[in-house]
Design a protein around this ligand. Sequence first.
Ligand SMILES: Cc1cc2nc3c(=O)[nH]c(=O)nc-3n(C[C@H](O)[C@H](O)[C@H](O)COP(=O)(O)OP(=O)(O)OC[C@H]3O[C@@H](n4cnc5c(N)ncnc54)[C@H](O)[C@@H]3O)c2cc1C
Ligand SMILES: Nc1c(O)cccc1C(=O)O
Length: 491
Amino acid sequence: MGIRTGAEYIEGLKSRKPEVWLGGEKVEDLVNHPVFKQPILEIAKLFDLQFDAKYQEKITHICSETGERISNAFLVPKTFEDIKARGELFEAYAKSTFGLMGRTPDFLNVVLTSMASNSWFLDKYNPEWSKNVQNYFKFVRDQDLFLTHAIINPQNDRSKPSYEQKDLFTHLGAVEETAEGLVVRGAKMLATLAPITDEVIIYSFPGFHEGDERYALAFALPIDTPGLKIICREQMQDGKRSFFDHPLASRFEEMDAVLVFEDVLVPWNRVFIHNNVEAANNLYPKTGIAQQPAHQSGIRGYIKLAFATEVACKLADSIGVDGYLNVQNDLGELLQAVETIRALLRTAENEYETLPSGEVRPAMEPLETIRGLLPTMYPRAIEVIQTIGAGGLLMSPTEADFQHPELRNSLDKYYVGREGVSSLERVQLFKLAWDLCGEAFGQRALQYERYYTGDPIRKRAIFYNQMKRKKTFTMVDDALNGANKLIGEPI
Ligand SMILES: Cc1cc2nc3c(=O)[nH]c(=O)nc-3n(C[C@H](O)[C@H](O)[C@H](O)COP(=O)(O)OP(=O)(O)OC[C@H]3O[C@@H](n4cnc5c(N)ncnc54)[C@H](O)[C@@H]3O)c2cc1C
Ligand SMILES: Nc1c(O)cccc1C(=O)O
């Protein structure tokens, strides 16, 4: 089959009925639900980009195995050009949502591609697992499916391992093995976009210890598998607020959910790891599922930071404050942050590494540095928008006010910006800024940037320890050796 259109993606959603809970109700008609309708259309636009003459050659390619046209997310990069071809896809998708939807189909399809092209590491534990991963990859590739994932245990008692939580199955664990497959019970978080995806893949960050065998799991299932509850957080927009009033929240609500598995059967051909702590801990280091997706999240984060920076610059210009030193200093800082991420992306792409298998991966250090910088750079951009917008962010009337004959003259007179900026233009810009820096929608987008790739504190510590192992730190020795020479002491 190969690439799907947006209409085919929507038809796929209509063909299933996952158990989705929102606001105390089971969602019956996802595609027309006010909270999900627009995000589904935004994802459908991404599928349609694959058929757009301007993008098709850039973001898709002909599969050498099937001869069908498939997304570049399923490309196992073998050359620098392949890495750039992947980058084209990530950038096209990120620009379509201004980087505000992080878990678009390309993200997990890259994760699965990396998992499959390196699944050989599973052979020593269970050759069936490697085969299952590869078969699943082909299934997702050839059907052009959209996955969600939940790799984190729900936030219960972080001081205790899973087997010491209040209940043995608070965290998702294996209950029993049957002839048909593995029965699993418990919860995982935080499955972003789960309600509007086709399938869910479960795995974990490394960190299992002896005693955790029950929780050392990796598998994939259709999102409407019986016994799987998808419990959504409170929505950030109700689908009734207009594009004028909430230009971002009304389009890009990226729903997050906790997945609860109530004795769900995972068929054996969908089990990738089970009851094996070493295999589960090796998943990340042996398959590159931290490195290849970091290219997607780096480009996406770059677009989102650049977008927030543009909003800050436009806001300052619209009210005539971008001539002041303090404002220029803040905006200069944001523009340099954007340039920093852009430079790190180019370094990662140019300094790629080639594996013995022939797979090439963008350099990890620059990508990991992006992961460490965005959690502080993006909140800083939001702070600058808040600082420049000041009270103006709370001045904004609504679309209905602009449409009311009794109010319109006052709004046109008292809400103008600097010379050449009409009241309508200024208010629309400030409402866009408020969606980004004030609304719950914008705060979730900020929290995403902080935590989408794990806990930045612990990831930075991991980075330090990895670099300490790799780096030589010889400059200090050279400097000290030089000092001894100066005082003529015999060495
Ligand atoms: C908007 C958003 C979208 C997300 N999307 C997804 C998704 O699609 N799929 C998915 O699987 N996950 C997703 N995540 C979850 C994300 O992976 C986690 O938020 C991240 O791994 C951090 O874990 P946590 O949130 O449980 O924080 P916790 O681990 O509970 O940390 C809470 C606080 O305690 C500290 N802390 C906790 N444990 C330790 C420790 N052992 N040592 C030191 N400090 C500690 C942390 O530093 C932090 O300050 C998403 C998160 C957000 C915010
Ligand atoms: N956060 C990640 C994820 O959700 C899937 C794969 C990789 C990562 C990561 O940041 O390493």
